[in-house]
Write a protein that binds this ligand. Structure first.
Ligand code: HEC
Length: 217
């Protein structure tokens, strides 16, 4: 019994010591906490808007270097200005506030846009998809790229413009992302040109004038 009492006293003393040093959970203290692993809590840094000897002019906050481009600056396109960081269908290809893709190109489809799209398509897409978009690009002959999508596949013809824009921006499976090298307006130009390419394959003899149809027969 006596041993047990000693044990209990020692236990209570230990608890008191731990609480005395570490404090209770939720307990407020002005003293810094005991740090077992300080991680990178304390490191050299500049405080904003304070004098500091690190930079030659003695200020911690520096002005942006000359020529810095503001995020808010619009990209000028053949069809006007596009604000790159706005959450708008032009930048995301989606209906704002949803994950649904927009059905049609938000830029007005003009001859100029199509011509731009053709140039960009031939540079960025034709190596794999071919200049006709049929998936027979040069990588098929000299490279070893299996299963490049045929862009005249009915599934892709039926895709919304927003989804194709999204594929160009972020890539898809084995296809890489072209967002980082193709600016927003040029991606829409490619989408417009791809639509023209697809349409060119969907023509039938019924699209010919009656005279041309007669000549064909
Ligand atoms: C390096 C080769 C390569 C390049 C360049 C490339 N693609 Fe692709 N693309 C692929 C491959 C491979 C697939 C099939 C991906 C899969 O589904 O496995 C594909 C699929 C697609 C699809 C179908 C996506 C889907 O949902 O099935 C579209 C649309 C497309 N590409 C458009 C483009 C456009 C537009 C460009 C030019 C900006 C481009 N691609 C450039 C390789 C490429």
């Amino acid at each position: 019994m006596r041993n047990f009492l000693y044990l209990l006293l020692i236990f209570i003393a230990c608890c008191a010591a731990v609480v005395g040093i570490a404090g209770l959970r939720g307990h407020l203290s002005r003293k810094p906490p005991i740090e077992v692993f300080p991680d990178m809590d304390r490191q050299l840094k500049l405080r904003p808007q304070k004098p500091d000897a690190f930079f030659a002019n003695g200020l911690s906050s520096q002005l942006p270097p000359p020529g810095t481009v503001a995020r808010s600056r619009p990209i000028q396109t053949v069809n006007g200005a596009v604000y790159r960081f706005e959450d708008s269908p032009v930048n995301t290809g989606r209906v704002p506030g949803t994950t649904n893709f927009i059905a049609t190109n938000p830029l007005p489809v003009t001859l100029k846009l199509l011509q731009r799209g053709r140039g960009r398509f031939d540079i960025y897409c034709s190596p794999c998809h071919g200049r006709l978009g049929d998936g027979n690009g040069v990588v098929k002959k000299i490279g070893d790229m299996p299963a490049v999508a045929d862009l005249h596949d009915p599934r892709i013809v039926q895709m919304t413009d927003g989804e194709i824009f999204n594929t160009i921006t972020h890539g898809k499976n084995t296809m890489g992302a072209y967002g980082p090298m193709v600016p927003v307006p040029e991606r829409w130009a490619i989408v417009a040109y791809l639509r023209a390419l697809q349409l060119s394959w969907l023509g039938t003899t019924n699209d010919l004038s009656p005279r041309q149809q007669a000549a064909l027969k």
